[in-house]
Write a protein that binds this ligand. Structure first.
Ligand SMILES: *[C@@H]1O[C@H](CO)[C@@H](O)[C@H](O)[C@H]1NC(C)=O
Ligand SMILES: *[C@@H]1O[C@H](CO)[C@@H](O)[C@H](O)[C@H]1NC(C)=O
Ligand SMILES: *[C@@H]1O[C@H](CO)[C@@H](O)[C@H](O)[C@H]1NC(C)=O
Length: 333
Protein backbone atom coordinates (compact mmCIF):
# COMPACT_ATOMS: atom_id res chain seq x y z
CA UNK A 1 0.00 0.00 0.00
CA UNK A 2 1.03 3.62 -0.54
CA UNK A 3 1.45 4.37 3.17
CA UNK A 4 4.38 1.97 3.35
CA UNK A 5 6.56 3.97 0.98
CA UNK A 6 7.67 6.84 3.27
CA UNK A 7 8.26 4.45 6.17
CA UNK A 8 10.61 2.36 4.12
CA UNK A 9 12.62 5.47 3.26
CA UNK A 10 13.02 6.27 6.96
CA UNK A 11 14.32 2.83 7.76
CA UNK A 12 16.88 3.06 4.99
CA UNK A 13 18.22 6.36 6.34
CA UNK A 14 18.53 4.94 9.86
CA UNK A 15 20.27 1.86 8.50
CA UNK A 16 22.66 3.92 6.47
CA UNK A 17 23.58 5.98 9.55
CA UNK A 18 24.06 2.90 11.67
CA UNK A 19 26.44 1.38 9.14
CA UNK A 20 28.24 4.67 8.60
CA UNK A 21 28.79 5.29 12.33
CA UNK A 22 29.85 1.73 13.06
CA UNK A 23 32.45 1.86 10.30
CA UNK A 24 33.98 5.01 11.74
CA UNK A 25 34.12 3.59 15.26
CA UNK A 26 35.40 0.11 14.55
CA UNK A 27 39.00 -0.08 15.73
CA UNK A 28 41.55 -1.67 13.41
CA UNK A 29 42.53 -4.15 16.09
CA UNK A 30 39.29 -6.07 15.47
CA UNK A 31 39.97 -6.83 11.83
CA UNK A 32 41.65 -10.18 12.34
CA UNK A 33 39.89 -11.03 15.59
CA UNK A 34 37.83 -14.07 14.65
CA UNK A 35 38.26 -17.84 14.49
CA UNK A 36 36.48 -21.02 13.43
CA UNK A 37 37.07 -22.99 16.62
CA UNK A 38 37.42 -22.42 20.35
CA UNK A 39 41.05 -22.37 21.41
CA UNK A 40 41.79 -24.86 24.17
CA UNK A 41 43.22 -23.00 27.18
CA UNK A 42 43.48 -19.85 25.14
CA UNK A 43 41.97 -16.41 25.45
CA UNK A 44 38.51 -15.80 23.92
CA UNK A 45 38.44 -15.46 20.14
CA UNK A 46 34.99 -15.15 18.56
CA UNK A 47 33.78 -18.32 16.80
CA UNK A 48 31.20 -18.11 13.93
CA UNK A 49 28.16 -17.64 16.19
CA UNK A 50 29.84 -14.55 17.71
CA UNK A 51 31.29 -12.94 14.57
CA UNK A 52 28.34 -10.60 14.13
CA UNK A 53 28.25 -9.62 17.81
CA UNK A 54 31.83 -8.59 18.56
CA UNK A 55 32.28 -5.98 15.84
CA UNK A 56 29.49 -3.71 14.60
CA UNK A 57 31.10 -3.62 11.14
CA UNK A 58 30.39 -7.37 10.97
CA UNK A 59 26.69 -7.02 11.76
CA UNK A 60 25.67 -8.91 8.64
CA UNK A 61 27.26 -12.11 9.99
CA UNK A 62 24.49 -12.09 12.64
CA UNK A 63 21.50 -10.34 11.08
CA UNK A 64 22.01 -10.78 7.32
CA UNK A 65 19.26 -12.65 5.51
CA UNK A 66 21.21 -13.90 2.49
CA UNK A 67 24.23 -15.41 4.17
CA UNK A 68 26.52 -18.22 3.01
CA UNK A 69 27.16 -21.11 3.14
CA UNK A 70 23.82 -22.91 2.83
CA UNK A 71 22.52 -26.44 2.67
CA UNK A 72 21.44 -27.24 -0.88
CA UNK A 73 18.35 -29.42 -1.04
CA UNK A 74 18.44 -30.81 -4.57
CA UNK A 75 14.66 -31.33 -4.57
CA UNK A 76 14.24 -27.55 -4.22
CA UNK A 77 16.43 -26.59 -7.17
CA UNK A 78 14.85 -24.78 -10.08
CA UNK A 79 15.94 -25.31 -13.68
CA UNK A 80 16.78 -21.95 -15.23
CA UNK A 81 16.98 -22.21 -19.05
CA UNK A 82 18.56 -18.74 -19.24
CA UNK A 83 21.78 -19.81 -17.51
CA UNK A 84 24.49 -19.91 -20.16
CA UNK A 85 27.60 -22.13 -19.88
CA UNK A 86 30.49 -20.85 -17.76
CA UNK A 87 33.32 -19.34 -19.78
CA UNK A 88 36.81 -19.39 -18.30
CA UNK A 89 39.26 -17.18 -20.10
CA UNK A 90 42.91 -17.81 -19.30
CA UNK A 91 44.12 -16.37 -22.59
CA UNK A 92 45.51 -19.86 -23.24
CA UNK A 93 48.30 -19.19 -20.78
CA UNK A 94 49.57 -20.93 -17.69
CA UNK A 95 49.80 -18.78 -14.60
CA UNK A 96 51.95 -18.49 -11.52
CA UNK A 97 50.87 -17.63 -8.04
CA UNK A 98 51.90 -17.70 -4.41
CA UNK A 99 50.46 -20.20 -1.99
CA UNK A 100 50.04 -18.96 1.59
CA UNK A 101 49.26 -20.32 5.00
CA UNK A 102 47.08 -17.46 6.29
CA UNK A 103 46.53 -19.18 9.63
CA UNK A 104 42.96 -19.88 8.57
CA UNK A 105 43.14 -21.18 5.00
CA UNK A 106 45.45 -22.42 2.31
CA UNK A 107 45.27 -19.50 -0.08
CA UNK A 108 46.66 -19.24 -3.62
CA UNK A 109 46.93 -15.75 -5.11
CA UNK A 110 47.75 -15.31 -8.78
CA UNK A 111 50.47 -12.96 -9.94
CA UNK A 112 49.04 -9.63 -11.05
CA UNK A 113 50.24 -9.96 -14.64
CA UNK A 114 48.23 -13.15 -15.03
CA UNK A 115 44.61 -12.29 -15.59
CA UNK A 116 42.08 -15.11 -15.56
CA UNK A 117 38.51 -14.00 -16.21
CA UNK A 118 35.23 -15.83 -15.88
CA UNK A 119 31.85 -14.98 -17.39
CA UNK A 120 28.60 -16.66 -18.43
CA UNK A 121 26.44 -18.68 -16.04
CA UNK A 122 24.51 -16.28 -13.77
CA UNK A 123 27.01 -13.45 -14.45
CA UNK A 124 26.18 -10.24 -16.28
CA UNK A 125 29.77 -8.99 -15.93
CA UNK A 126 33.19 -10.51 -16.39
CA UNK A 127 34.91 -11.38 -13.11
CA UNK A 128 38.63 -11.78 -12.43
CA UNK A 129 40.12 -14.59 -10.36
CA UNK A 130 41.67 -13.15 -7.19
CA UNK A 131 42.21 -16.05 -4.83
CA UNK A 132 41.79 -19.82 -4.52
CA UNK A 133 40.97 -20.85 -0.96
CA UNK A 134 40.77 -24.30 0.61
CA UNK A 135 38.45 -25.37 3.43
CA UNK A 136 38.83 -28.88 4.85
CA UNK A 137 37.90 -31.08 7.78
CA UNK A 138 39.69 -32.95 10.57
CA UNK A 139 37.85 -36.05 9.35
CA UNK A 140 36.53 -37.02 5.93
CA UNK A 141 32.87 -36.59 6.90
CA UNK A 142 33.24 -32.81 7.31
CA UNK A 143 35.17 -29.86 5.92
CA UNK A 144 33.06 -28.30 3.16
CA UNK A 145 31.18 -25.07 3.86
CA UNK A 146 28.18 -25.89 1.68
CA UNK A 147 26.17 -29.02 2.31
CA UNK A 148 24.33 -31.08 -0.27
CA UNK A 149 21.11 -32.64 1.05
CA UNK A 150 22.48 -32.16 4.55
CA UNK A 151 25.79 -33.90 3.82
CA UNK A 152 29.22 -32.34 4.01
CA UNK A 153 32.18 -33.19 1.79
CA UNK A 154 35.77 -33.56 3.05
CA UNK A 155 36.62 -30.12 1.72
CA UNK A 156 35.70 -27.26 -0.57
CA UNK A 157 37.80 -25.32 -3.04
CA UNK A 158 36.60 -21.73 -3.51
CA UNK A 159 37.71 -19.66 -6.49
CA UNK A 160 37.04 -16.07 -5.52
CA UNK A 161 36.53 -13.64 -8.41
CA UNK A 162 35.71 -9.93 -8.38
CA UNK A 163 33.81 -7.78 -10.89
CA UNK A 164 36.67 -6.06 -12.73
CA UNK A 165 34.31 -4.23 -15.07
CA UNK A 166 32.83 -2.17 -12.21
CA UNK A 167 35.54 -2.16 -9.53
CA UNK A 168 39.28 -1.58 -9.36
CA UNK A 169 40.11 -4.27 -6.81
CA UNK A 170 38.64 -7.05 -4.69
CA UNK A 171 38.48 -4.89 -1.54
CA UNK A 172 36.22 -2.40 -3.24
CA UNK A 173 34.18 -5.09 -5.01
CA UNK A 174 33.61 -7.12 -1.83
CA UNK A 175 31.49 -4.34 -0.33
CA UNK A 176 29.66 -3.38 -3.52
CA UNK A 177 26.67 -4.73 -5.47
CA UNK A 178 27.50 -7.49 -7.98
CA UNK A 179 30.98 -7.49 -6.50
CA UNK A 180 32.00 -11.13 -6.12
CA UNK A 181 31.51 -14.47 -7.83
CA UNK A 182 32.73 -17.56 -6.00
CA UNK A 183 33.03 -20.86 -7.83
CA UNK A 184 32.86 -23.68 -5.36
CA UNK A 185 34.08 -27.23 -5.95
CA UNK A 186 33.66 -29.99 -3.38
CA UNK A 187 36.72 -32.09 -2.50
CA UNK A 188 36.51 -35.81 -1.98
CA UNK A 189 39.15 -38.28 -0.80
CA UNK A 190 40.01 -40.91 -3.39
CA UNK A 191 42.95 -42.85 -4.85
CA UNK A 192 43.68 -40.38 -7.61
CA UNK A 193 44.12 -36.65 -7.42
CA UNK A 194 43.03 -33.62 -9.41
CA UNK A 195 46.15 -32.48 -11.38
CA UNK A 196 45.88 -28.87 -10.18
CA UNK A 197 45.43 -29.83 -6.53
CA UNK A 198 48.26 -32.31 -6.97
CA UNK A 199 50.56 -29.35 -7.70
CA UNK A 200 49.42 -27.56 -4.54
CA UNK A 201 49.20 -30.51 -2.17
CA UNK A 202 52.09 -32.80 -3.04
CA UNK A 203 54.45 -33.32 -0.09
CA UNK A 204 57.27 -31.13 -1.40
CA UNK A 205 54.94 -28.17 -1.80
CA UNK A 206 52.51 -28.33 1.08
CA UNK A 207 55.25 -28.80 3.68
CA UNK A 208 56.64 -25.38 2.67
CA UNK A 209 53.61 -23.68 4.19
CA UNK A 210 53.31 -25.60 7.45
CA UNK A 211 53.16 -22.45 9.59
CA UNK A 212 51.21 -19.21 9.55
CA UNK A 213 52.56 -16.61 7.08
CA UNK A 214 54.63 -19.19 5.17
CA UNK A 215 54.48 -18.63 1.41
CA UNK A 216 55.61 -20.63 -1.62
CA UNK A 217 55.68 -19.71 -5.31
CA UNK A 218 54.09 -22.06 -7.85
CA UNK A 219 54.63 -21.68 -11.60
CA UNK A 220 53.06 -23.12 -14.74
CA UNK A 221 49.58 -23.61 -13.28
CA UNK A 222 46.61 -24.31 -15.53
CA UNK A 223 43.45 -23.06 -13.82
CA UNK A 224 41.21 -25.07 -16.15
CA UNK A 225 42.69 -28.28 -14.72
CA UNK A 226 41.11 -27.46 -11.36
CA UNK A 227 37.58 -27.73 -12.77
CA UNK A 228 35.86 -31.13 -12.68
CA UNK A 229 34.55 -32.51 -15.97
CA UNK A 230 31.08 -31.10 -15.94
CA UNK A 231 29.31 -28.06 -17.28
CA UNK A 232 26.47 -28.43 -14.77
CA UNK A 233 26.28 -26.12 -11.80
CA UNK A 234 24.00 -24.80 -9.08
CA UNK A 235 23.82 -21.07 -8.30
CA UNK A 236 22.38 -18.79 -5.62
CA UNK A 237 22.94 -15.30 -4.20
CA UNK A 238 24.76 -15.18 -0.89
CA UNK A 239 27.60 -13.64 1.06
CA UNK A 240 31.27 -13.92 1.92
CA UNK A 241 31.70 -16.78 4.41
CA UNK A 242 34.20 -14.84 6.55
CA UNK A 243 33.76 -11.49 8.37
CA UNK A 244 32.47 -8.93 7.43
CA UNK A 245 30.03 -11.35 5.65
CA UNK A 246 29.05 -8.79 3.00
CA UNK A 247 26.09 -9.98 0.93
CA UNK A 248 27.74 -9.29 -2.40
CA UNK A 249 28.61 -12.78 -3.64
CA UNK A 250 26.98 -14.95 -6.29
CA UNK A 251 27.85 -18.59 -5.69
CA UNK A 252 28.36 -21.19 -8.41
CA UNK A 253 28.66 -24.76 -7.14
CA UNK A 254 29.97 -27.25 -9.69
CA UNK A 255 27.94 -30.44 -10.03
CA UNK A 256 30.90 -32.80 -9.54
CA UNK A 257 33.63 -32.95 -6.89
CA UNK A 258 37.39 -33.02 -7.43
CA UNK A 259 39.50 -35.71 -5.82
CA UNK A 260 42.52 -35.63 -3.54
CA UNK A 261 44.41 -38.53 -2.04
CA UNK A 262 44.27 -39.68 1.56
CA UNK A 263 47.90 -38.61 1.92
CA UNK A 264 47.17 -35.10 0.61
CA UNK A 265 44.26 -34.76 3.02
CA UNK A 266 46.56 -35.85 5.82
CA UNK A 267 49.13 -33.20 4.80
CA UNK A 268 46.44 -30.51 4.92
CA UNK A 269 45.54 -31.51 8.48
CA UNK A 270 49.20 -31.12 9.46
CA UNK A 271 49.15 -27.40 8.63
CA UNK A 272 49.25 -25.17 11.69
CA UNK A 273 47.18 -22.09 12.40
CA UNK A 274 50.16 -20.76 14.32
CA UNK A 275 53.74 -19.67 13.84
CA UNK A 276 56.56 -22.14 14.60
CA UNK A 277 57.24 -20.57 18.02
CA UNK A 278 53.66 -21.21 19.13
CA UNK A 279 51.85 -24.48 19.87
CA UNK A 280 50.67 -26.59 16.93
CA UNK A 281 47.00 -26.03 16.19
CA UNK A 282 45.63 -27.79 13.10
CA UNK A 283 44.02 -25.56 10.49
CA UNK A 284 41.38 -28.21 9.76
CA UNK A 285 37.64 -27.63 10.29
CA UNK A 286 37.99 -24.11 8.90
CA UNK A 287 34.38 -23.88 7.72
CA UNK A 288 31.47 -21.65 8.70
CA UNK A 289 28.24 -23.53 9.60
CA UNK A 290 25.34 -23.32 7.14
CA UNK A 291 23.03 -20.30 7.31
CA UNK A 292 19.24 -20.09 6.76
CA UNK A 293 18.19 -19.97 3.11
CA UNK A 294 15.28 -17.56 3.81
CA UNK A 295 13.31 -18.28 0.63
CA UNK A 296 16.24 -17.67 -1.67
CA UNK A 297 16.05 -19.39 -4.99
CA UNK A 298 18.59 -22.09 -5.88
CA UNK A 299 18.91 -22.29 -9.65
CA UNK A 300 20.62 -24.86 -11.86
CA UNK A 301 21.39 -25.35 -15.54
CA UNK A 302 20.51 -29.05 -15.26
CA UNK A 303 17.42 -29.67 -17.38
CA UNK A 304 15.71 -32.37 -15.34
CA UNK A 305 13.04 -32.98 -17.95
CA UNK A 306 15.66 -34.11 -20.51
CA UNK A 307 15.39 -37.64 -19.12
CA UNK A 308 11.70 -37.93 -19.89
CA UNK A 309 8.65 -36.23 -18.59
CA UNK A 310 6.63 -39.26 -17.46
CA UNK A 311 8.76 -40.28 -14.49
CA UNK A 312 9.09 -37.78 -11.65
CA UNK A 313 11.94 -39.78 -10.07
CA UNK A 314 14.19 -38.83 -12.98
CA UNK A 315 14.43 -35.38 -11.48
CA UNK A 316 17.07 -36.45 -9.01
CA UNK A 317 18.84 -39.05 -11.15
CA UNK A 318 20.20 -36.40 -13.49
CA UNK A 319 22.22 -34.95 -10.64
CA UNK A 320 25.75 -36.31 -10.64
CA UNK A 321 26.03 -36.33 -6.87
CA UNK A 322 23.10 -38.63 -6.28
CA UNK A 323 25.02 -41.84 -6.95
CA UNK A 324 28.09 -40.61 -5.12
CA UNK A 325 26.18 -40.24 -1.92
CA UNK A 326 25.27 -43.89 -1.93
CA UNK A 327 28.90 -44.96 -2.44
CA UNK A 328 29.93 -42.58 0.31
CA UNK A 329 28.31 -44.77 2.95
CA UNK A 330 30.14 -47.95 1.98
CA UNK A 331 33.86 -48.39 2.73
CA UNK A 332 35.28 -47.50 -0.68
CA UNK A 333 38.80 -47.88 -2.01
C1 LIG B 1 40.60 -10.17 -18.53
O1 LIG B 1 40.02 -8.87 -18.59
C2 LIG B 1 40.97 -7.83 -18.69
C3 LIG B 1 40.22 -6.53 -18.62
O2 LIG B 1 39.14 -6.52 -19.51
C4 LIG B 1 41.74 -7.95 -19.98
O3 LIG B 1 42.72 -6.93 -20.06
C5 LIG B 1 42.42 -9.30 -19.99
O4 LIG B 1 43.06 -9.47 -21.22
C6 LIG B 1 41.42 -10.41 -19.78
N1 LIG B 1 42.16 -11.62 -19.67
C7 LIG B 1 41.91 -12.65 -20.43
C8 LIG B 1 42.79 -13.83 -20.25
O5 LIG B 1 41.00 -12.63 -21.23
C1 LIG C 1 41.10 -0.47 -3.99
O1 LIG C 1 40.47 0.52 -4.75
C2 LIG C 1 40.05 1.64 -4.00
C3 LIG C 1 39.22 2.54 -4.90
O2 LIG C 1 39.81 2.72 -6.13
C4 LIG C 1 41.29 2.33 -3.41
O3 LIG C 1 40.91 3.45 -2.65
C5 LIG C 1 42.03 1.34 -2.53
O4 LIG C 1 43.23 1.90 -2.05
C6 LIG C 1 42.35 0.07 -3.29
N1 LIG C 1 42.84 -0.93 -2.34
C7 LIG C 1 43.85 -1.73 -2.61
C8 LIG C 1 44.20 -2.72 -1.54
O5 LIG C 1 44.48 -1.67 -3.64
C1 LIG D 1 14.59 -29.27 -21.43
O1 LIG D 1 14.26 -30.61 -21.79
C2 LIG D 1 12.98 -30.72 -22.43
C3 LIG D 1 12.69 -32.21 -22.66
O2 LIG D 1 13.64 -32.79 -23.49
C4 LIG D 1 12.97 -29.93 -23.71
O3 LIG D 1 11.69 -30.00 -24.31
C5 LIG D 1 13.32 -28.48 -23.42
O4 LIG D 1 13.42 -27.77 -24.62
C6 LIG D 1 14.64 -28.39 -22.66
N1 LIG D 1 14.87 -27.01 -22.31
C7 LIG D 1 16.00 -26.39 -22.59
C8 LIG D 1 16.06 -24.94 -22.24
O5 LIG D 1 16.96 -26.94 -23.09
Amino acid sequence: TASLQPRRGCILVVLYEAIHVSQQNSPKIHEGWWAYKEVVQGSFVPVPSFWGLVNSAWNLCAVGKRQSPVNIETSHMIFDPFLTPLRINTGGRKVSGTMYNTGRHVSLRLDKEHLVNISGGPMTYSHRLEEIRLHFGSEDSQGSEHLLNGQAFSGEVQLIHYNHELYTNVTEAAKSPNGLVVVSIFMKVSESSNPFLNRMLNRDTITRITYKNDAYLLQGLNIEELYPETSSFITYDGSMTIPPCYETASWIIMNKPVYITRMQMHSLRLLSQNQPSQIFLSMSDNFRPVQPLNNRCIRTNINFSLQGKDCPNNRAQKLQYRGRFYTRQSPEQ
